[in-house]
Design a protein around this ligand. Sequence first.
Ligand SMILES: Nc1ncnc2c1ncn2[C@@H]1O[C@H](COP(=O)(O)OP(=O)(O)OP(=O)(O)O)[C@@H](O)[C@H]1O
Ligand SMILES: [Mg+2]
Length: 351
Amino acid sequence: MNPFKIDGIVDGADYMPRKEGEALLEYHKAGRNVLVRGPRRTGKSSLVVNTFQALDCLFIRVDFWGAKTEARAVEKIARALAPFCRKMPTLSGFNIGGIGLQWKSPEAIASVEDLLRLVPGLHKKKPVVVFFDEFQALLDLPDADQFLGALRSEIQAQPEVQYLFAGSNQNRLMEIFYAQRSPFFKSAALMEVGSLERGPFVEWLTAKFIDTGRAIDPRLWDAIFELTHAIPGDVQDVCYHLWNDSGEGREVGPEDFGATLRRVLHERASGYEGMWNMLTDNQQKIAIGLARYRDDKYTSGEFMQLSGATSPASVKRGIEALESKGLIWMSGRHWIFSDPFFALWISNSVE
Ligand SMILES: Nc1ncnc2c1ncn2[C@@H]1O[C@H](COP(=O)(O)OP(=O)(O)OP(=O)(O)O)[C@@H](O)[C@H]1O
Ligand SMILES: [Mg+2]
């Protein structure tokens, strides 16, 4: 079976322990709430889950992804708490009746406070840790400010519970924790999570090839890390495909790497073409420029020439549009593609 896991939270043998876990535990000891921030697919959710699952505590994770209404957000919290509530309480406007959660009234705002008030009492002896993942989704609620305000005031009244926050959209998370008008303004310590340390990560990945009867030419790592910008989820993705094309007792070498990339691009070509055709002429030019340009001076003559953009303003517009479509994101000072294979497809297939 392919030993590389390319999607979602990883645990057990699929999780490589990382030193940020210790820093998280320090915050835990100090009783600080923490915002875990970092680029997409770097392992923020996996880090929090694995660190606290190994600790003797009551760990509750709420994933707010797709919570478009207050009712849905409250339901997500209720479902996460339900396994730990010995006696199912009836809340104002809300009834946690076993699995089937039923709405009695639409007063979600009152309910979220009632629900959170249960948290400190969930365990008498173990510390309680609550992890709000995909927290930025709450900005999509019709009355986001009021909901966040209610959450914030209840969290503030619970110094004995540690609350952790993370999410996949960094800009929107910053809106919650760093916009002055936000109820959560500077309410949590900030912990940055970047790529996994390359040396130990390469060793860990190499062992996965070896444990499954394969080997990998160490010269390939430079190319893999360059293609993926060292994003752990994307590195695993490339390894996953290399492994799929490999055979037992064989070493994966440079030719195999090229063949695998060609195969993946070929398989995805029609999807990429579809995506490409949805872009405007200017967005396509900027995408070509970004796929080929290595520097960070996006309004320079060199970038304009490479992309064919007509003015710095059109570069800015194109970048904004590509970002809002989720195709690119800012890593440090560089714009990089969310899907490294798409960048490769653009620089190889588009004239
Ligand atoms: N510690 C780790 N060991 C091994 N693989 C990891 C580790 N952390 C992350 N990964 C890889 O990255 C992928 C994404 O992990 P995870 O969902 O935890 O990241 P995330 O930062 O929470 O992502 P998102 O920004 O989408 O919320 C995993 O499926 C796995 O392939
Ligand atoms: Mg995550």
